[in-house]
Design a binder for this molecule. Structure first.
Ligand SMILES: [Fe+2]
Ligand SMILES: [Fe+2]
Length: 138
């Protein structure tokens, strides 16, 4: 088991999680529209979920002897509110693809604990994508 490689993968995931949580917070502040109350609530709820994901990854990285990153990528904040839902949906879909890759990578290193953590997070991202998709309607 190559801890350095695993830590690198987990830190990539952690970067995406802290980016996602900042983005949901920002969208929560800025979303406008007739359905603003429910959409802003969902964004807020999802920001807390991504925070939980960040904790899970950071704790695992520290357990493996690594340094958890604190640096997000710049959040994507579209001007039009409806685009916020679309951007988040696409990001969740991208996260689903990325988590599947990261699961393979840590599994290849024989780290079943990290794999289990990533699988739990993947299941959550699938739920997030479904919740955002429901907002967009037909
Ligand atoms: Fe997440
Ligand atoms: Fe998510």
């Amino acid at each position: 088991m190559d801890n350095k490689k695993i830590i690198e993968v987990l830190n990539k995931a952690l970067t995406e999680e802290i980016t996602a949580l900042m983005q949901y917070i920002q969208h929560h502040y800025l979303y406008k529209g007739s359905n603003a109350i429910s959409v802003r609530e969902l964004f807020k709820k999802l920001s807390f979920k991504e925070m939980d994901h960040a904790y899970a990854l950071g704790e695992r990285i520290a357990t493996l002897g690594g340094m958890p990153t604190t640096r997000p990528n710049p959040p994507n904040v579209p001007k039009k509110s409806v685009d916020m839902i679309k951007v988040n949906l696409q990001d969740e879909k991208d996260a689903i693809v990325a988590y599947k890759e990261w699961i393979k990578a840590v599994d290849g290193e024989g780290d079943h604990t990290s794999r289990n953590i990533l699988e739990d997070l993947l299941a959550d991202e699938e739920e997030h994508a479904a919740e955002l998709e429901a907002l967009l309607g037909d």
